[in-house]
Write a protein that binds this ligand. Structure first.
Ligand SMILES: [Zn+2]
Length: 180
């Protein structure tokens, strides 16, 4: 199966709606959470002389997170993250974007972990419920379950229930997986 199709399958498996498909990228939504997945060819390293071109090319203005899928995803995501802080400094332009590095050789596991992180980091955008959760480890009051879903985990090779619980008072955010 082509890499792009595997990526689409992983995001669909987690409840995302696929909005745009190109040869080297997709855009996908989970409620109000918007992500872009970008596959970079093995012999390619991106370079922008005008950093605002990066924002346009990667369409960073209307997403919350960028997944960089590559054989060497860490160098490329570091470069993108450094550029984001330069843009903040030079152009006073704040882009609240998280960048996740996905190694193409561990595609399914890295995507699963990356999606867990993006849902946890952007629980407000991803939120699909507001239920009373377990006790906050810090203040002892009940936390709020902001996100819950069920999916087939590649890592655990079984179905899991997934919860993001939040204590707004203490800024505690926890991502829980219950194997079942
Ligand atoms: Zn608390």
């Amino acid at each position: 199966m082509k890499i792009i199709n595997k990526i689409i399958e992983e995001f669909r498996n987690r409840g995302f709606r696929i909005k745009v498909i190109h040869d080297d990228s997709i855009k996908a939504d989970l409620n109000k959470l918007r992500v872009r997945v970008w596959i970079t060819p093995s012999d390619y390293f991106p370079w922008w002389s005008n950093l605002l071109d990066m924002v346009d090319e990667l369409e960073l203005n209307d997403i919350n997170a960028l997944f960089v899928v590559s054989e060497r995803p860490y160098v490329i995501s570091d470069y993108v993250v450094n550029n984001l802080s330069r843009i903040r400094y030079w152009f006073n332009k704040e882009l609240n974007i998280k960048v996740y590095a996905i190694n193409i050789d561990r595609l399914e596991e890295d995507l699963e972990d990356g999606i867990n992180l993006v849902i946890t980091n952007f629980y407000r955008e991803a939120s699909n419920v507001a239920l009373m959760g377990s006790t906050c480890p810090n203040c002892g009051l009940p936390m709020t379950i902001m996100y819950s879903s069920r999916y087939y985990s590649r890592r655990w090779r079984t179905w899991v229930n997934e919860y993001v619980e939040v204590c707004e008072r203490c800024k505690v955010v926890s991502h829980k997986l219950i194997l079942s």
